[in-house]
Ligand binder design. Sequence first.
Ligand SMILES: CCCC/C=C/CC(=O)SCCNC(=O)CCNC(=O)[C@H](O)C(C)(C)COP(=O)(O)OP(=O)(O)OC[C@H]1O[C@@H](n2cnc3c(N)ncnc32)[C@H](O)[C@@H]1OP(=O)(O)O
Length: 329
Amino acid sequence: MRASQKDFENAMNQVKLLKKDPGNEVKLKLYALYKQATEGPCNMPKPGVFDLINKAKWDAWNTLGSLPKETARQNYVDLVSSLSSSLESSSQVEPGTDRKSTGYETLMVTSEDGITKITLNRPAKKNAINIEMYHEIMRALKAASKDDSSITVLTGNGDYYSSGNDLTNFTDIPPGGVEEKAKNSAILLREFVGCFIDFPKPLIAMVNGPAVGISVTILGLFDAVYASDRATEMLVFGKKLTAGEACAQGLVTEVFPDSTFQKEVWTRLKAFAKLPPNAMRISKEVIRNREKEKLHAVNAEECSVLQERWLSDECMNAVMNFLSRKSNL
Ligand SMILES: CCCC/C=C/CC(=O)SCCNC(=O)CCNC(=O)[C@H](O)C(C)(C)COP(=O)(O)OP(=O)(O)OC[C@H]1O[C@@H](n2cnc3c(N)ncnc32)[C@H](O)[C@@H]1OP(=O)(O)O
């Protein structure tokens, strides 16, 4: 969902309430996004070289080129949201305690010690990904790509990492019927996977429990995948794979006993977050750029195949079986 004018105004007010100075670099970004969102592309004459402050502001605004006003508004709101989570309550939070961002219904997003943590937060539904969660994950990833954290972590709240696509997504049929539903789902999935392909910073999955479907298939797009030995993963043929087996297949980087999983992984993450952020980002760019085009092409092809498969009897029966299983008991 795009940020509304009201969201934008709220974000402007939030900036005034920040308790800690976010630093010049971030202030310039905010200034530039504000100007772009309200006035459009920079067409002011460039200030002279000795007018340092105005030149820095002009440069920041001018760098945004022809970025549409709506996108600038959204980026401004996302940036303020990430700042609020990392700075707003710094005086009230005990050291070591996560600072939580607001504005998400299905996620918890925190930012601390150079690490943005995105937690899937529908534990009663085993963190099944409903339509709102797809959109919120994309929004959180976009915000994380621009915030001042060095690395981003995705994990799940509760006993599951994620049970994959929320199967009730398939029951909300639009006026255009199941064909339109399948088409919209393919567009959403393509955009969703695209966000993982394009994510510019080191992205780490903390697979805290079982993972199913889409939550497994995107693991290959992470830079590291740490799994608790409680994590079983269902792949093709409905076969369950243990975290150890997934590690042997190269899908998981390292497996930890569940009893020490959090402690051991966070020790590693904190060490990663101290590495030079620009070097990490550039390394990822160099590695990923060579395969990005191919990944997007494969993503497009898979989504088009899925669009057809979702209309098959096999798929519809599987969804109906799951949704009606309680009444079968
Ligand atoms: C739009 C883009 C589409 C992209 C497509 C992606 C492909 C996929 O991801 S396919 C994978 C879909 N996922 C599944 O098939 C898993 C379905 N769930 C299960 O098999 C089981 O729930 C479980 C093995 C994950 C857990 O079983 P358990 O007995 O321990 O718990 P439950 O009582 O079944 O679950 C608790 C609660 O959560 C609801 N729930 C769990 N998973 C889903 C889900 N994927 N979709 C919707 N709802 C889910 C379950 O119905 C229960 O809810 P209630 O307590 O309200 O009954």
